[in-house]
Design a protein around this ligand. Structure first.
Ligand code: DAH
Length: 339
């Protein structure tokens, strides 16, 4: 019996020495003192001894149990202290550090919108904002797009009520300004516009920047110079601007404006579909009818106007293949624009 006690105590001491976490120590405790632990089994075995020996054996087993318990308690306390110290060290809070929550970033569309606006402001344009819920009159009629004009098909419109709609373009700001301000006029109107259209390159809500210059002797050359300055500062110094004839009811003549491809510099690549040019915006000379609609003397004044899509410029500038990426607000996408 004594041999058995000794054997148990020896293996217990070894295993306890090897345990170097409270978790491992707990396992040792279970193995020896748990419900079916070695010492507990000894106690249960007492019944197999002759009655007169039982008290003495019982006492010895209890002594052994107490001894092991004391040893375990002692080591548990020491390990707990170690573990607490380690935890405190690893989770140390340096209260002297200024807190630095992860800073957000400016949205790429806002970034590009600001960049374009700032460039135009340095050229003397004033910035104007107008209503996103617009009347049929300002969105279409004042801009020489009467009811039932086929050009309305170019812009799938969200109507709110008869004669009230979500503006499909920032162009109504041309009419709104000319009604209240006499030339010289030099303004841009950035803002959201809405169309019932959705795919990889169209979004039901997107951003435009409208530009309008009205004064005496304004020509298409002024438009070209303005856009050249803008393009060369937005992309690169050697960007070239090309006009192609187009049609908008509110400009005459109208042009589509192409830039030499910012990706290949005009040699031809997949972005520009091998042409070396990328279409970026619509523009033209303000239709005299629009000037007259807004009370501007079309005999004395001429003007140019342009309207660009901010998303389109941002997609070209950053090589973004799908417009929807801008609105998903996946932080992994947005973080790439951190300055
Ligand atoms: N408003 C036009 C559109 O959304 C873009 C545009 C074209 C604006 C020519 C202009 C312009 O001011 O002159 O499709």
């Amino acid at each position: 019996m004594t041999d058995k006690f000794l054997a148990i105590e020896t293996t217990f001491l070894q295993e306890m020495a090897n345990a170097n976490s409270t978790q491992q120590l707990q396992e040792v405790k279970v193995k020896y003192l748990g419900k079916s632990g070695e010492v507990t089994l000894l106690l249960r075995g007492i019944k197999d001894y002759p009655a007169e020996q039982r008290p003495e054996i019982g006492n010895k087993i209890n002594e052994l149990r107490k001894k092991l318990e004391a040893l375990l308690d002692e080591k548990t306390a020491a390990l707990q202290q170690n573990e607490l110290t380690a935890k405190l060290n690893s989770q140390r809070v340096d209260v002297s550090l200024t807190s630095s929550p992860q800073a957000g970033t400016i949205h790429p569309i806002t970034m590009v919108k600001n960049e374009i606006s700032n460039l135009l402001v340095t050229m003397g344009f004033e910035v104007l904002e107008g209503p996103e819920i617009e009347t049929d009159y300002y969105n279409f009629q004042a801009l020489n797009i009467p009811q039932d004009h086929p050009a309305r098909d170019m812009q799938d419109t969200f109507y709110i009520a008869p004669g009230i709609l979500l503006r499909t373009q920032t162009s109504p700001m041309q009419a709104r300004l000319m009604e209240v301000k006499k030339p010289p006029i030099k303004m841009i109107a950035p803002g959201k516009v809405y169309r019932s259209d959705s795919d990889a390159s169209h979004s039901p809500v997107f951003n435009q920047i409208e530009g309008l210059v009205v004064d005496e002797n304004i020509t298409l050359c002024d438009l070209k110079g303005t856009l050249e300055y803008l393009a060369q500062n937005l992309f690169s110094k050697d960007t070239k601007v090309r006009f192609r004839p187009s049609y908008f009811p509110f400009t005459e003549p109208s042009v589509e404006v192409d830039l030499t491809c910012s990706n290949c510099g005009g040699k031809g690549c997949s972005l520009c579909k091998g042409t070396g040019w990328i279409e970026v915006l619509g523009a033209g000379m303000v239709n005299p009818q629009v000037l007259e609609n807004c009370g501007v003397d079309s005999q004395r004044y001429t003007g140019f106007a342009f309207g660009l899509g901010v998303e389109r410029i941002a997609m070209i500038k950053y090589g973004i293949p799908d417009i929807r990426l801008f609105y998903e607000n996946d932080v992994r996408f947005l973080r790439q624009f951190k300055k």
